[in-house]
Design a protein around this ligand. Sequence first.
Ligand SMILES: [Fe+2]
Length: 284
Amino acid sequence: MPLALTPVHFFSHGSTMMLGEQSESADYWKQCGDEALARGIKGVIMMGAHWDCVGPNRVQVSMNPSPGKSPVAYVHPSKYVDYKLVPDLETGNKCIEMLAQDGFEVTANDKFDWIHDTYLILIRMFPEQCPPTTIISLNARFEPHFHMRVGAALRPLREQGYLLIGTGGAVHNLYRNVWQSMLKYSDNFAQETPPEDWAMEFRQAVEDAISGNSGPHLRRAITRLMKHPRFRDAHATDDHFMAAAFCAGAAGSEDDSGVYGKLEAETWELTNMCNSQFTIGAYA
Ligand SMILES: [Fe+2]
């Protein structure tokens, strides 16, 4: 068993309204932030779902010294405009070195403005102050093993006191959400009917994969989920599942064998979107 490691979070950020509305998931994000601060983490390293780069084997690291925020719909600006983002350029350089060493074609992006997939979570976890944060891009080929390997390359940072977070979605298909209540009444939590069976099934498959596998088995279970018969129903596009692969890489080495992930909170939105919140491991 490892001596001292931070946990890894796979968070489902859901719709933009998860920033403004109270939920069980939001409470859990805050709890994780409080614990991270109490443990004195050095910084946060995130892979989201909304930023990707093109080219085989390519990945980028956020190196904008003063990033702006892409605006979010359906949320009052007061919930986010004044929140100061804190980019961690020193750790960004460290990530670039580690990824290059592992054979990735990695570049700094000094123009990237942060998007709600990451800052929604940061605001919820750390409402008082953003910790030093580094964002790692996706690769636009959305290949699960590639993103798993990115997580694996950065895993040593867990031993150095960094908190690694993947922010995507367990069940996240915008084309199959039921949007009317949100569009008409700003009610993203209305569940006029139960979720459809494909959503329930894939949600269960994600929970089973994370809670029933550890170490390299976790990596295989998560990457294999993209072949699940319900995957394409649950994810019309692959982008929100890459964060899960990143987490499996970051928390799925031989040394992580025996450390199982747990479903800690869950919030259904828009009838068919399942925002499951998982944590793999615990502060040692
Ligand atoms: Fe998203």
